[in-house]
Write a protein that binds this ligand. Sequence first.
Ligand code: ADP
Ligand code: MG
Length: 290
Amino acid sequence: ATPMSIMVGTGRAAQLGVLFRKGEALQQLRDAGIVAFDKTGTLTEGKPVLTDLILDDDFEHDEVLALIAAVESRSEHPIAMAIVAAAEKAGLPLGTITEFTSNPGTGVTARVDGRLVAVGAQRHMPHLDFSDFAETIEKLASEGKTPVFAAVDDRLAAAVVVADMIKPGSKAVIDALHGMGLKTAMISGDDTRTAKAIAAQLGIDTVRAEVLPADKVQAIQSLRKQLGTVAYVGDGINDAPALAEADIGIAVGSGTDAAIESADVVLLGGDLKGVLNAITVSHATLRNIG
Ligand code: ADP
Ligand code: MG
């Protein structure tokens, strides 16, 4: 393509709210064989709400909610927001936090008034026994809800279930990509059953779940080996490395600054339809030039 036609193409895309930060991205996007999506905050709203707190018999609802909300008040994860909002709504006072640590992709731990409190995925507390919760969790996850767990002083206190709505436009975007002959994938740090349930609702071809933020890079490399040029669409929370690794990294607006720096394309306003606009413009720009 000539520099002139690239300029015209990026100009047209900008009018549609699609910012190409590099001219080459317009050319590479034409060759994409697969579009991979982050789940939380990209295909879903990223604003989960707490739906269930399933308690071990030795613990009480308000006690556990206050403890985990105290720890999560230090985290910016969407799950943390859901837990803190629920405690606020219940008017629960939060204790004093010390020794806070956060493991990206697994969970958070701290002392709350001296008690050791952990909140996160099963892999965040691998030494605990989850068998009492297995059946209930299986059912909730297959509905697309996300289960995490609360441990207090190294005892499993509760399963904490949050639900995040699929964005109203996500299904139409996936359908349109398939209509263009592209494959789709979801790469998520979330529970495998939850991710599969959401992917099934959207008709997504391939799911990689329980992927740690640093391992999203390998997931993209393996998709590239199978299916060629990979576009990755993410909101930038925990996925800047994936945006950088993809052949075309597409950040959905309101993402973080780090995401915008590692992205080739930025969709303003967070509308996923921008992915379709970006691809359409890339095809139109490069069609006549060959
Ligand atoms: P995603 O790829 O879906 O955006 P993340 O990599 O941010 O997910 O997180 C993956 C998983 O790690 C979450 O689904 C949850 O199980 C756990 N996790 C991470 N941070 C937290 C937290 N602050 N509180 C509870 N669980 C967490
Ligand atoms: Mg995300």
